[in-house]
Design a protein around this ligand. Sequence first.
Ligand code: FES
Length: 162
Amino acid sequence: MSKRAAIKYKYVSPEVVAKGAGKSDVIPLLQKVQVANGFVPEEAIHEISGLTGAAESDIFSVVTFYKQFRLKAPGKYLIKVCDGTACHVNDSMLLLDVIRDDLKLDDVTDTTDDGLFTVETVACLGCCSIGPVLFLNDDVHGKLTAQSVRKLLKEYQRKARN
Ligand code: FES
């Protein structure tokens, strides 16, 4: 039995498995897994390796190299702080410090212990005129200050409790 046939595919669709895929399909496959799950589970790396013939270590390197991929599930609320030029000059990184400080995240942690918030920085979110900007899941928040960001975090913490 081939390696491909021996794998039980959970993250790669049956259509893709039936059609087959090569090494050049690794990134598009990872992108699909990332979008569908919010992260790339280890099992998905195993599946993609089996299907494409790419080494698991190479796929792991791709996942850790590109910021668009996550290896761990994000928190319930994913905060994307824009660090594009317009937001940066409007102190977006100070806001990031406020958020990380309020959520008690150390330098190497991006998700709160209770799994409620994940914080990351992203490039321009396309709404520079209301910078500094962040996305909280699908909601955009602009013209932020330290005070309004703290208020926003409290609002979502309250929401999560109810
Ligand atoms: S630079 Fe932040 S939205 Fe464009």
